[in-house]
Design a protein around this ligand. Structure first.
Ligand code: BV8
Length: 251
C-alpha cells in the first residue's frame, strides 16, 4: 500500500499523552508488512489447498503429523528470515513514554520481542518453540528426522510446535495476564486482527466494558466494525509510526 498521511484525531492524541496503561491486541495483520502472510490470506504454493484452520488442530497432527510439522517448519524458517516492521517498532517505542504497555499477541512469530517490546503476552504460543506432544515439555534441541516430525529425546514421542491449536486451551497464565491488562488499561488497541478467533477476540468487549478508549487499526473497514471506537483504516506499519510521532513528537 503506498505510503500516505493518516489523520490522528486530536482527542485521541490527548488521551494517549495522559495514558498510564495501554493494552494492545495484535493479530496476523501487524506482521503482514514484515512479509508474513496473514491467516486469511490465501495460502501459497503447496499449502494453497489447505485452510489454516484445518492444519492448526490436534486432529490434523494426529491424522498427518508429517504434513503439519512441515507446514510449521516452513513458517518457522520464514520467521527467521523476516524482521520486525515499523509497526512493531512503534509499539516498542511507546514504552519510552507510557508507564505500562502490554502487547497481547495472537501471533506466534516473536516479532514484538525482536522489535524491543518488553511486556509481550503470547496467547497462542511461539512457533520457534517445540514441545513433546506426549509430555508437553519444551525441547530446546532436536535431531531432524528423515521422516518428520522428529522424536522427543526423552520419551520418543512426536515433537510438535509449541503453539495453541484450534480446540486447545490457551495458556492459563497468558490469558490471566491478558485479561488483567485489558480490564485495567486506559487505552486498548486492536491491531491487524479480523477478530474471528476466540477467546482472544473477546478482549475488545472486555476493554470497552471496562471503560477503556478503544482504537482499531486495520485496512479493512469491516473488521471489528463496532460503534464508538476510534478507527484508523490503513496498514499498521504506516499508521503506528505516524501516531507515535503525533502523540510524542521527536519519538
Ligand atoms: C479454545 C496458533 C477452548 C497456531 C491460532 C469448535 C471447537 C473448538 C473450538 C471452537 C469451536 N468453535 C469455535 C471455537 C473456538 C475457536 C475459534 O475461535 N474458532 C474460530 C475459527 C471461530 N478457538 C479455539 O479453538 C481456541 N481455544 O477456544 O479453547 C475450547 C477448547 C475445546 C473446545 C471448545 C473450546 C484456540 C484458538 C487459537 C488457534 N491458534 N494460532 C498457528 O498460528 O498456526 S489462531 C490464528 O488465528 C493465529 O493466531 C491468528 O493470529 C489468529 C487470528 O487471526 P488474525 O490474527 O485475526 O488473522 P487474520 O488473517 O484472520 O486477519 C488479519 C487481519 O489483519 C485482517 O483483518 C486484515 O484486514 C488485517 N491486515 C492485513 N494487513 C494489515 C492488516 N492490519 C494492519 N496492517 C496491515 N498491514
Amino acid at each position: 500500500m503506498p505510503e500516505r498521511p493518516y489523520a490522528i484525531p486530536q482527542e485521541l492524541v490527548e488521551r494517549l499523552r495522559t495514558a498510564n496503561k495501554i493494552a494492545i491486541l495484535t493479530g496476523a495483520g501487524i506482521s503482514a508488512e514484515s512479509g508474513i502472510p496473514t491467516f486469511r490470506d490465501a495460502l501459497a504454493g503447496l499449502w494453497a489447498q489447505y485452510n489454516p484452520e484445518d492444519l492448526a488442530t490436534p486432529e490434523a497432527f494426529e491424522r498427518n503429523p508429517r504434513l503439519v510439522w512441515e507446514w510449521y517448519s516452513e513458517r518457522r524458517s520464514l520467521v527467521t528470515q523476516v524482521s520486525p516492521n515499523p509497526g512493531h517498532l512503534a509499539l516498542a517505542a511507546m514504552e519510552r513514554f507510557v508507564p505500562t504497555v502490554t502487547v497481547i499477541t495472537q501471533n506466534v512469530d516473536g516479532l514484538h520481542q525482536r522489535a524491543g517490546s518488553t511486556r509481550v503476552v503470547e496467547l497462542h504460543g511461539n512457533i520457534s518453540r517445540v514441545k513433546c506432544s506426549q509430555e508437553g515439555i519444551v525441547v530446546e534441541h532436536w535431531e531432524e528426522s528423515s521422516t518428520p516430525p522428529p522424536l522427543c529425546p526423552f520419551c520418543h514421542g512426536l515433537l510438535r510446535p509449541d503453539v495453541v491449536w484450534f480446540g486447545e486451551l490457551l495458556p492459563e497464565q497468558a490469558m490471566r495476564e491478558a485479561i488483567k491488562a485489558t480490564a485495567t488499561c486506559d487505552v486498548f488497541f486492536s491491531i491487524g486482527t479480523s477478530g474471528q478467533v476466540y477467546p482472544a477476540a473477546s478482549l475488545v468487549d472486555l476493554a470497552r466494558g471496562s471503560g477503556a478508549t478503544v482504537v482499531v487499526i486495520n485496512p479493512d473497514e469491516k473488521a471489528q466494525a463496532l460503534p464508538s471506537f476510534y478507527r484508523l483504516n490503513g496498514p499498521a506499519g504506516q499508521i503506528l509510526p505516524q501516531l507515535v510521532q503525533a502523540v510524542w513528537p521527536g519519538a
